[in-house]
Write a protein that binds this ligand. Structure first.
Ligand SMILES: NC(=O)c1ccc[n+]([C@@H]2O[C@H](COP(=O)([O-])OP(=O)(O)OC[C@H]3O[C@@H](n4cnc5c(N)ncnc54)[C@H](O)[C@@H]3O)[C@@H](O)[C@H]2O)c1
Length: 315
């Protein structure tokens, strides 16, 4: 088997590239990343059970066909991903992320390789209690430039597939939690774990404490990716993938189990609405996907990973 991962050194990619050889021993894995976020450490101590090939390149600029040729699928993760930070770099996010998807999809068509494209549940914004993939157009209310671009990429792939042989599937992932070699800390759960361990107040967006949002454990994210590959589910559909819908308050309570003396501080953000909703993931679960991850376990694991900091901090 041969797999290609764009944005391979990031939070999700650095986990997936270590899990794939467990499921597919001796596979070839091509890792593409421009090191925009400097996650060199994702390449440290790679397992010897796969044949890795790393290429430092910008997927918006290079001809990707030679790397993709003969692959079983492309997992497209390359993107600028800081949603809250995307307001000040709107054009850069649109230019990088949209062009990356365009370029990767074009290479997939040329080489007849299926594409697994990652979108985000942040494309939703609904007054209803729950929202699913078949929601009305008015319930697609991206709250940041990052999420707006995600929605445009989805629509682009849909149109492209109508006029080409593109085989693809889109997963709208909930906010990722759980540790990996290239993990980042600007999303809710990880940032809160870091702040808690550093004995800093947990900075919660003013409107967010009791709003439900979807979260996805990293091991569940891999289960979903592997499920799609095994089932050859490159059927042009969009699937929500999540472990649980939780409020920030739920997350704070889970962190308190490990760090009891927590303070919460409310902060302003440009991503603010009053909406609280659950995202449904029945569509992919009805295809047979079973998930076993838990956000609580991810929090425990992340805090344990950081505990050394707490100890040396307090000395
Ligand atoms: N982490 C989450 O909570 C989450 C949730 C939903 C969807 N997603 C999506 O999953 C994908 C991966 O997320 P992540 O958390 O691993 O992100 P990340 O920011 O940790 O990693 C992204 C990687 O892409 C690379 N990259 C960016 N632009 C590139 C380019 N033009 N060419 C080559 N490499 C480039 C970066 O260097 C980085 O290593 C993204 O599309 C993201 O939007 C993430």
């Amino acid at each position: 088997m041969k797999f290609v991962i764009t944005g391979a050194l990031g939070h999700i990619g650095s986990y997936v590239l270590r899990q794939l050889p467990l499921a597919y021993p001796d596979c070839d894995i091509v890792l593409l990343d421009n090191l925009m976020t400097q996650r060199y450490s994702s390449l440290f101590n790679l397992p010897s059970t796969a044949n890795y090939q790393f290429q430092e390149l910008d997927v918006t600029e290079e001809n990707l066909e030679p790397y993709i040729e003969g692959a079983d699928f492309v997992l497209h993760l390359a993107a600028i991903t800081n949603a809250a930070g995307s307001f000040s770099i709107q054009e850069e996010v649109e230019s990088n992320n949209f062009r990356a998807t365009k370029q990767v999809a074009s290479a997939c068509i040329q080489e007849s390789v299926p594409l697994l494209h990652l979108s985000s549940t942040s494309v939703y914004g609904t007054q209803e209690e729950t929202v699913a993939e078949d929601c009305s157009e008015s319930e697609l209310q991206p709250q940041s430039p990052y999420a707006e671009t995600k929605l445009r990429e989805e629509k682009y792939l849909g149109k492209l597939a109508e006029n080409s042989d593109l085989k693809y599937v889109i997963c709208r992932f909930g906010t990722i939690c759980g540790s990996s070699q290239g993990m980042r800390f600007h999303t809710a759960v990880n940032k809160f774990c870091w702040q808690a361990v550093m004995r800093k107040p947990i900075t919660v967006w003013k409107t967010a404490l009791h709003q439900k949002r979807p979260y996805l454990a990293l091991n569940d994210a891999f289960q979903a990716i592997n499920f799609i590959v095994e089932k050859n589910l490159f059927n042009g559909e969009i699937y929500n993938v999540l472990t649980d819908n939780l409020t920030v308050n739920d997350i704070v309570e889970m962190i308190k189990i490990h760090v009891p003396d927590l303070n919460v501080e409310f902060v302003e953000t440009e991503i603010m609405n009053q909406l609280s909703y659950e995202v449904e993931d029945k569509k992919i679960r009805n295809c047979g996907l079973e998930l076993s991850g838990s956000v609580g376990a991810c929090i425990k694991e992340t805090i344990e990973l950081l505990e050394g900091i707490q100890n040396s901090h307090g000395q």
